[in-house]
Design a protein around this ligand. Sequence first.
Ligand code: SF4
Length: 107
Amino acid sequence: MHEHHEHFPPRLPGQGRPACRRRALRGPALVGQAYAQELKPLPLDNPQAKALAYALDATAVKHPSFKPGSNCANCQFFTAATGACTLFPGFSVPAEAWCSAWAKKAA
Ligand code: SF4
């Protein structure tokens, strides 16, 4: 059987093909938003949380490396806007919490 191609769309100068006109996805903005919404409160039984003596209430912490007044709010790994902690990707921690990886936030 011989194939004919008369119905193939002619290429006109300056005309984009229909498939090229799909709207671009607004990827980065949506990804950023989804990521922020995915943060879950860090569970106390999280293995890394346990390893770092993570506690919800810094004022009740009795740990050799605990410095008076320290908590997530004044830790360099804390992002106040989202509660995110660099050491616990995907989780949020309360400003009043603490763990032994605490490091003073630069003024
Ligand atoms: S690293 Fe800092 S912000 Fe993260 S849980 Fe420990 S004290 Fe809180």
